[in-house]
Write a new protein. Structure first.
Length: 389
């Protein structure tokens, strides 16, 4: 894959995943517009995430059954329509239905990652996956800032309508560069395809190990990012929403640095890279715990945490995509389900802990999960090394 095509994939993935997170900073606007109670409007985010998880299981495996070029173009066109539905919604029912579709169709991100792993030569697969994964994380981190800016400039509807227009532009660009690869050999039925996702998890030890690591690191990721606005907006810091949004830009630095982890995985240093990253993840919580005393410590902690999480994530994908060339979409689906579980668990646990034990409790929880991930890596180090031979 050329750098141009890799960059195009990264941008497409970042744009697609950002659609899930646009609603988070504008919930107040949506609540006022549609007369939805503040205690209920949060369900909008939950519905989006639930349908994203459904899409991982029901749509992503289709990449191993259907023509991937048509599947990607089709999903992105449908995603564009879903964004228009949200941007022109006249009732809360249409809004919720549109957001459910947005979540469901945003899984085209994982189909793109699996297709990129297929297009890339084995010696460059880690680098390509690393760059595209950085695009995904940047999309997640910048979505909130972009949503807030567009809402201030032209209202909340502009967020989704602008995204729909950009998606159409991206469809045109991908239509020109995606190869048209027809499936060869015996094809599975759709039920068999879904069943085989579970069978891959049962059969492949590397997939199980790396999926559990994904669950743990993205639990830690959500433990930081979900409640971070609470201590930053409260006394003694009392930062503005603009200042708080800037911390997402700090996370981008770590995400970009993690792209190099793919190159290390290509050279056979995946296990060592994982161990070092998990140590950095644990250390990051020491700095993050000093948030109320030093924002500089928080900045360094965020960079270390995002660097560590993305380095492990890139290495994980590089390893699992080498298992079965004909089943990369199903491998991605099985792996990413654990990612979703970890993200949801981290969000729920961190807000609960903050309400009862404050920011120190959140940091202790994050450090505990990070220590568990490091311990799990150490316990499975020999088994992983043996499986990779």
């Amino acid at each position: 894959m050329t750098r141009y095509v890799t960059l195009l994939f990264a941008i497409a993935c970042g744009m697609s995943v950002a659609n899930i997170y646009f609603a988070q900073p504008i919930l107040d606007n949506l609540s006022s517009e549609f007369g939805i109670d503040h205690s209920t409007i949060g369900i909008l985010i939950t519905i989006t995430q639930i349908f994203y998880a459904v899409g991982l299981l029901m749509l992503v495996p289709l990449g191993d059954l259907l023509n991937q070029r048509r599947l990607i173009i089709g999903q992105m066109l449908l995603s564009m329509i879903a964004l228009v539905i949200v941007g022109t919604a006249s009732s809360s029912t249409v809004l919720f239905a549109g957001m459910a579709l947005v979540g469901l169709l945003s899984v085209v991100t994982q189909t793109l990652v699996a297709f990129a792993a297929t297009m890339a030569a084995p010696a460059e697969r880690g680098r390509v996956v690393g760059m595209i994964t950085s695009g995904i994380v940047i999309g997640i981190l910048l979505a909130r800032s972009i949503s807030g800016i567009l809402t201030d400039l032209a209202g909340w509807r502009s967020v989704y309508l602008v995204s729909a227009a950009l998606m159409l532009f991206m469809v045109c660009a991908l239509f020109r560069v995606l190869p048209n690869v027809e499936r060869k050999g015996k094809s599975l039925s759709y039920p068999q395809l879904l069943r085989s996702v579970l069978m891959l998890l049962v059969k492949e030890r590397i997939l199980r190990i790396r999926a559990i690591l994904a669950l743990l690191i993205f639990t830690a990721f959500s433990i930081l990012w979900t409640p971070l606005v609470l201590p930053l907006s409260a006394p003694p810091l009392s930062l503005s929403h603009t200042a708080i949004g800037a911390f997402g830009l700090v996370g981008v630095v770590g995400a970009l640095a993690a792209a190099r982890a793919g190159k290390l995985a290509d050279r056979g240093y995946g296990q060592r890279t994982t161990g070092i990253a998990l140590i950095l993840l644990l250390i990051s919580w020491l700095l993050i715990s000093r948030t109320e005393q030093s924002l500089f410590a928080l900045v360094i902690g965020i960079v270390l945490l995002d660097l560590a999480v993305q380095a492990v994530h890139v290495t994980n994908q590089s390893m699992i995509f080498s298992l079965h060339t004909e089943a990369r979409s199903r491998l991605a689906a099985g792996y990413m389900v654990f990612y979703s579980i970890g993200s949801a668990a981290g969000s729920i646990a961190s807000t609960h802990i903050y309400a009862h034990y404050g920011w120190n409790g959140v940091c202790l929880l994050g450090a505990s999960v990070s220590a568990l991930a490091l311990l799990f890596w150490a316990m499975t180090n020999r088994a992983t090394a043996a499986a990779l031979k």
